[in-house]
Design a binder for this molecule. Structure first.
Ligand SMILES: Cc1ncc(C[n+]2csc(CCOP(=O)(O)OP(=O)(O)O)c2C)c(N)n1
Ligand SMILES: [Mg+2]
Length: 395
């Protein structure tokens, strides 16, 4: 990717080509680095590829609708994922149901794949939830909450993965938990998502140290979309990000993040190695944030139009479409998939506008598992405050 204007190998050594199966136009042309992952795709048939395409167009239609809703004042904020659907769908589909996923705030395609109704994702940005995909399940489909405090999810994920390891050791009557001791199969893994900017946070680096020390069953995924709001990745790191992970002792690779096949193949391999007791891995997915950072941001103020155009030509949806066409899939499928996505986005739009606001009192319900006097005090204060608005109440 020598033509990238914002980042490149500044450390002086040559990097291997990012792992990819589809070239930038969508032709099947695996890189030399892809060969060792090719068998992970052997069992993926055309129906799965079609499903991935549906996942991508559904997410994009939803995403576009949410941007409109924000502009119309119906959402407080929206965080677009346009352009990043390729790695998200590949990795989301690579996970098994028992795996746990800790997202940042832009992983809408993965929420969808894990069965979180997208209307609930929109509800979060409409301020209609006090936390949780629904009130009783903050980890629907083992997909944990969106995390806006950059990097916090890396700690949550590593803690969770450590728990998965301890549980497995306990089941195996192996009470030793020595640092660096791999080998305990857990049967389940944890995957955590964050961005290039977040990779500079202390939390993310500490999480890698713990993961390496305890050999947690975990896969770190950095979606390197070129920017942390207005800060280019070249300012965050003088070396490609996956090389940092190598320094922590994780198995780490760089993939073409707009190729869902590469994301799937590497994700599948790394997750399986983690589940089988071979420790953590790290995937740097090279992708691009086509839209604004959020609806509060104007990227034309800090980045070049030429860079955006370059990445628009690498659209993961177009690439998978070309691959499907080369396998004999015709227009009818693509039209139907896009229409279905638009219908679903409209349904979500109508749904979000009629969702009820939660009872204010419910914000106290899930703070602690047992009653707590301070929480009760606050609950009573709120009830008195609300009552003061009732007709006839003393002002
Ligand atoms: C701890 C913390 N510091 C700062 C912010 C403000 N902030 C929100 S998003 C962001 C940039 C994140 O960039 P990156 O990790 O590359 O993720 P991307 O948004 O590009 O997906 C910043 C600085 C925050 N949310 N949390
Ligand atoms: Mg970024």
């Amino acid at each position: 990717m020598s033509e990238q204007t914002t980042y490149g190998p500044l450390h002086g050594g040559a990097d291997p080509e990012p792992i990819r199966f589809l070239d930038e136009a969508g032709a099947y042309a695996p890189s030399a680095t892809a060969a060792e992952f090719a068998d992970e795709l052997a069992a993926v048939g055309i129906d799965e590829f079609k499903q991935w395409y549906r996942d991508m167009v559904s997410t994009r239609a939803f995403d576009t609708e949410c941007t409109h809703l924000q502009r119309q004042g119906q959402l407080a904020l929206w965080v677009p994922s346009v352009g990043q659907e390729g790695c998200q769908v590949g990795l989301g589909r690579a996970a098994e149901p028992q795996d746990h996923i800790f997202p940042a705030y832009r992983e809408h395609a993965i929420a969808h794949i894990r069965g979180v109704p997208l209307v609930q994702v929109a509800a979060l940005f409409r301020g209609l939830t006090h936390g949780g995909w629904d009130v009783t399940d903050p980890a629907h489909g083992n997909f944990h909450l969106y995390t806006l405090v950059l990097g916090a999810q890396t700690q949550h994920a590593t803690g969770y993965a450590l728990g998965q390891l301890l549980d497995a050791k306990r089941r195996a009557a192996d009470t030793a938990l020595d640092a660096g001791e791999a080998g305990t199969a857990t049967g389940e893994a944890t995957m955590v998502f964050y961005g290039d900017g977040t990779s500079s946070q202390g939390d993310a680096n500490e999480a890698m140290i713990f993961a390496a020390s305890y050999q947690t069953p975990e896969v770190f995924v950095v979606q390197n979309n070129g920017w942390a709001i207005s800060v280019p990745v070249a300012r965050q790191s003088r070396t490609p990000l996956y090389r940092r992970a190598l320094g922590f002792g994780l198995r780490a690779v760089q993939i073409d993040g707009n190729d869902p096949l590469a994301a799937y193949a590497v994700g599948r391999r790394f997750l399986r190695l983690a589940r089988e007791g071979h420790g953590p891995g790290y995937i740097e997915a090279l992708t691009y944030r086509i839209g604004a950072h959020t609806t509060s941001d104007d990227p034309t103020r800090y980045r070049e139009a030429a860079e955006l155009e370059l990445w628009q030509q690498r659209d993961p949806i177009v690439r998978l479409e070309q691959h499907l066409r080369s396998l004999g899939v015709d227009d009818a499928f693509f039209e139907e998939a896009r229409e279905a996505a638009d219908r679903e986005a409209k349904r979500i739009r109508d749904g979000i506008l009629t969702l009820p606001a939660p009872e204010a009192d419910s914000m106290f319900t899930h703070v602690y598992s047992e009653p707590h006097p301070r929480i009760e005090e606050q609950r009573e204060w709120l009830a008195r405050y609300e009552a003061s608005f009732a007709e006839g109440a003393e002002q």
